[in-house]
Design a protein around this ligand. Structure first.
Ligand code: ZN
Length: 292
């Protein structure tokens, strides 16, 4: 099924629900970064939550999420925009740990202890920044804590990535349920109960459910809902040769000259897509240059 994100409201606009299918996004990330299963799950969950969060508010131009844990993954970065495009990387992609006591990929141990940093570029001079301590490193709980603590929006977050024995991504997706101002306590209790009775998200995704079917699973088949928006989502890196040139020109001249002398060119690799850019003497002198 195509990667997509559906946004609805229910209970008189007091509950907002986001449901996303992201198997294509996560498989692209795995392929680009050659991630091993535990790293695939950690990066995939982070990409999915970042995608959803990127379309939550109209004023966000660019959202940057950093999961800074002290575990073997060494940190995760994801960046999204309101068009539904996301990119990301994990510092140590070749991490695969034993399954945890629940028989799941042990994302919490791989991430470790640390902080979740959220940076929102809303077009002002200074971006908005928020930070919370990681709760479990399982990513879903960490985002839920961020929404509740930092944005005063009580939220439930379920993220799932299912990896095949050969390492490729079978299915992936996410659900974020948010209580808006005016939500009744009884509604929150009802949704909490329904969530506690649901099978794991990966099980529902494996059944081939659409985002709307996932949402109906949470709020009940007969609860009316209002469609707000549907967005096609994808993994996309917007880097270019020109983009890396600026930072290169700020390097010490000696450093650049040494690289040119030893390699004949200065090489820069994009962390998000692993594309390699070459800059020769001419590129650096004219400050523009052509594509590699
Ligand atoms: Zn790139």
């Amino acid at each position: 099924m195509k990667d997509q994100l559906q946004i609805v409201t229910a209970f008189d606009n007091t509950v907002r629900i986001y449901a996303a299918l992201t198997a294509g996004v996560v498989e692209t990330a795995r392929h680009l970064h050659d991630t091993w299963p535990t790293a695939t799950a950690a990066l995939g969950r982070t990409l999915t939550a970042t995608l959803i969060m990127g379309v939550m508010h109209d004023d966000i131009r660019r959202l940057t999420v950093r999961v800074a844990g002290d575990g073997p993954l060494g940190g995760i970065v994801a960046v999204s925009n309101r068009r539904g495009a996301v990119k990301g990387y994990v510092n140590h992609p070749q991490v695969n740990l034993d399954l945890n006591s629940l028989g799941k990929l042990d994302v919490g141990t791989a991430v470790g202890n640390g902080y979740l940093y959220i940076t929102k570029d809303i077009g002002l001079k200074e971006p908005y920044q928020g930070v919370v301590p990681l709760q479990s490193g399982e990513i879903g709980e960490d985002f839920a804590y961020y929404f509740t603590k930092s944005e005063q929006t009580p939220s439930a977050v379920a993220l799932g990535v299912l990896v095949a024995p050969d390492g490729h991504v079978l299915t992936a997706g996410g659900l974020i349920i948010q209580m808006m101002p005016g939500a009744e306590d009884s509604t929150a209790i009802f949704i909490e109960e329904r969530l506690s009775q649901l099978p794991p998200l990966t099980t529902l995704l494996e059944q081939g459910m659409t985002p709307l079917q996932l949402i109906q699973k949470v709020i009940g088949e007969y609860t009316p809902l209002k469609l707000l928006d549907g967005v096609d989502v994808c993994y996309e890196c917007d880097c270019s040769k020109e983009r890396f040139l600026g930072p290169l020109l700020t390097l010490e001249a000696d450093e650049v000259q040494e690289m040119l002398a030893t390699k004949g060119a200065v090489e820069v690799r994009c962390h998000f897509c692993n594309r390699l850019y070459h800059y020769d003497q001419h590129d650096l002198e004219t400050g523009e240059g052509s594509h590699a």
